[in-house]
Design a binder for this molecule. Structure first.
Ligand code: TRP
Length: 372
């Protein structure tokens, strides 16, 4: 498949760029009515900390792809955020580009995608907003407490950066800079979203304006996948190789992991479906094999507890999905330079919206007008 054809098949919303530009001029005149005449604005971001696995895909990315049909979407790969924990420069650079390409392979429209650090206005807004955020609020963030603790566990003199502490202000800037109304996130981000709303409201109140729209989280039905090797835990990379399936994993390895998935452990009394079996059914349904899901559920309810065939069917469903993504990834990789150029172009386009916001915010906040 040619690259241009590939992209056309993803992007239903071809007017997107015009939309962004139209919105940015409109916001100026009718900021209080924003969104009433056009599609609602959505923003979400992902950190470039590793490859996409099925847990991320079903928990976030699949949802992002669907939302593109009904909303005006901004999706960021947040490399500034990934600097808050110890990291290697070369790895960060490669992961940021690779994750951006993987997201496109999963069906994210390149026109909706941006790399955070290509829009340095995010950091300028972070500085401004940090003066409307209290030290106490940031100290109460559970993610900060967990992560600084995690660093402390490995080394009692561990370096806890100021970046890690002010991370949620950068997140608020990501959202507010585009005046996003809805933010699709998991429950773990609820506290950060609440802080973003508080910052928006405090900025408005102190500067006697109604400039920022307090963003709302969009908790959609999220399928939480469990580890195949230990279904008492969430599917995650940090547990190790056998606990997750990567989107770009070879078919053979995917089949092997599913074949060796834990099913009935013999702990239960056999009346309730075990967590492992439930997880296999979830995986099958999430992968889109609706008919097979129905069929095997019927077998299960009729007392069939031999899981060989079920596992094969689950593997077929998963491989069907990952193959699609992998084929698209191959096409994108064959045109890597061109794809990266498109990501830059899209980020430059998104940047215009951010620059417009900063121009307005600087004026409201009492900073002199920037001459470009
Ligand atoms: N903090 C989010 C996470 O860890 C990532 C993120 C950064 C984000 N900026 C955002 C999510 C803005 C939503 C909106 O998953």
């Amino acid at each position: 498949m040619r690259l241009s054809k590939l992209q056309k098949s993803y992007s239903k919303n071809t007017n997107y760029n015009q939309n962004i530009n139209a919105m940015s001029t409109k916001t100026k005149k009718t900021s209080s009515k924003e969104g009433t005449e056009t599609k609602k604005r959505i923003l979400s971001c992902i950190q470039p900390t590793g490859d996409i696995h099925l847990g991320n895909y079903f928990g976030a990315v699949q949802n992002w792809v669907k939302l593109q049909e009904d909303y005006q979407c901004f999706y960021g790969v947040v490399d500034y955020h990934a600097m808050t924990m110890p990291y290697k420069a070369k790895e960060l650079h490669d992961r940021t580009l690779n994750l951006s390409i993987d997201l496109i392979a999963c069906g994210v429209d390149v026109n909706n995608l941006f790399i955070q650090s290509l829009i340095p206005e995010h950091t300028e807004l972070t500085w401004i907003l940090s003066n409307f955020t209290s030290y106490g609020e940031l100290s109460r963030m559970t993610q900060f407490k967990d992560k600084s603790q995690q660093l402390g566990d490995t080394d009692k003199d561990a370096f806890v950066s100021a970046g890690l502490f002010s991370y949620p202000v950068l997140q608020a800037a990501d959202i507010l800079i585009y005046k996003a109304q809805l933010v699709p996130v998991g429950k773990d981000q609820e506290q950060h979203l609440e802080l973003s709303r508080n910052i928006a409201v405090r900025f408005n109140k102190r500067l006697k304006t109604r400039y920022f729209y307090p963003p709302k989280p969009l908790f959609t039905e999220i399928k939480k996948l469990l580890s195949l090797a230990d279904p008492t835990k969430k599917m995650s990379k940090s547990l190790g190789e056998k606990h997750y399936i990567a989107m770009l994993e070879p078919e053979k390895s995917i089949r092997k992991k599913i074949r060796s998935a834990v099913t009935d452990t013999g702990d239960g009394d056999g009346t309730e479906m075990s967590a492992g079996v439930k997880n296999l059914f979830e995986l099958m349904k999430a992968s889109g094999a609706v008919e097979a899901h129905k069929h095997y559920l019927e077998l299960y309810n009729n007392g069939n507890r031999r899981y060989g065939d079920l596992k094969n069917a689950v593997a077929d469903a998963v491989v069907n999905l990952t193959n699609d993504v992998q084929n698209r990834k191959t096409v994108l990789e064959a045109n890597r330079e061109e794809v990266i150029e498109q990501i830059y172009a899209s980020s430059a386009n998104v940047r215009k919206v951010a620059q417009q916001t900063l121009m307005e915010v600087r004026e409201i906040a009492g900073l002199p007008k920037l001459k470009y």
